[in-house]
Design a protein around this ligand. Structure first.
Ligand SMILES: Nc1ncnc2c1ncn2[C@@H]1O[C@H](COP(=O)(O)OP(=O)(O)O)[C@@H](O)[C@H]1O
Ligand SMILES: CC(C)(COP(=O)(O)O)[C@@H](O)C(=O)NCCC(=O)O
Ligand SMILES: [K+]
Length: 277
């Protein structure tokens, strides 16, 4: 049987990611939190923040994952039916469940949207995590880029959200050029270095990589108009690919959304009940 843990779930448009937050005995005093296999430290004395091991789940696996957990925190940018399904599974397992939603303001960060409900909860969790990491690492200014189905960027200047961008992610870029032309085709190879393509699929792969790298470079360029010193966090399914290009000045966090959920879970007073099943 697993240790009592809070299950964190990030439901994106392409995949469901999760990790387990194991509450250690010192949790009450220093809010230390252990991810599945790596340590993530929170709290004012912490200087060490590492990323969780991120696992992927199918919808069918959620039942078992939730049955093993003591509490569940999730965020979703998919349909309400899937959120209702997760809540129903938690009810069946008799565990507390909290769905993260985008707030006008939370943990000292204000959302710049006039209607914050329009912002995806995954972006808000990424913003909360970015502000937290900035606090720990001594950065007041942070860019957080989530390279998922869509690639999003949010700018935090002086710990305040000033706005962001939404654009097609790498797979969408590749699909859209293939689907809207007659002769362009793709073989789905993943490029690791930016270079000039020498046949159609290579040109498609390289074109998507170039646009994605351009997105990151432009984010850094815009941020430098606001401040001299900032951290640039890159996350999501394509984060590693972006890092492999050798782009400088980026920090990869495989899933920044789960770190946001961990912060939410560690501020939440739900005490995981002892699991007896
Ligand atoms: N094995 C894979 N399956 C699907 N997408 C992948 C895979 N490897 C890399 N990717 C890339 O990751 C993106 C999805 O990233 P992810 O962070 O899971 O997105 P989301 O949060 O929107 O579900 C895809 O658009 C694709 O470009
Ligand atoms: C921009 C997103 C599609 C990103 O989701 P993802 O690609 O990670 O699945 C999602 O955050 C969303 O649906 N947002 C709503 C619009 C907004 O954030 O303004
Ligand atoms: K995401």
């Amino acid at each position: 049987m697993l240790d009592p843990h809070k299950l964190l779930i990030d439901v994106g448009n392409t995949s469901i990611k999760y990790t387990r937050l194991v509450m250690s005995t010192e949790t009450q005093t220093n809010e230390a939190i252990r991810g599945e296999s790596q340590r993530v430290a929170f709290g004012k004395h912490s200087t060490n923040i590492e990323t969780f091991q991120v696992m992927h789940a199918d919808i069918e696996e959620l039942d078992d994952l939730i049955a093993q957990a003591s509490a569940c925190f999730f965020c979703s940018v998919k349909n309400d039916e899937l959120s209702a399904h997760i809540k129903a599974l938690c009810k069946k397992a008799q565990i507390p469940c909290e769905q993260a939603t985008t707030k006008a303001s939370q943990f000292g960060v204000k959302n710049v949207y006039s209607n914050e409900q329009n912002m995806g909860a995954d972006r808000w969790m990424a913003i909360i995590a970015a502000s937290h990491i900035g606090n720990i690492k001594g950065f007041d200014n942070v860019i957080v880029i989530d390279a998922g189905t869509a690639i999003t960027c949010d700018f935090l200047v002086g710990h305040q959200h000033i706005g962001g961008w939404i654009a097609p992610g790498m797979q969408l870029l590749r699909d859209s050029v293939v689907n809207n032309t007659t002769r362009v085709f793709d073989d789905q190879t993943l490029p690791t270095t930016l270079m000039a393509g020498t046949d159609t699929p290579e040109c498609v792969a390289q074109g998507a990589l170039a646009q994605t790298m351009g997105f990151v470079a432009q984010a850094k360029q815009l941020m430098s108009d606001y401040c001299d010193d900032f951290e640039c966090i890159v996350s999501g399914g394509d984060a590693r690919l972006i890092a492999e290009t050798g782009m400088s000045g980026i920090q990869v966090y495989p899933n920044i959304v789960l770190i946001g959920l961990a912060i939410l879970a560690s501020h939440n007073n739900i005490i995981p009940p002892l699991h007896t099943r």
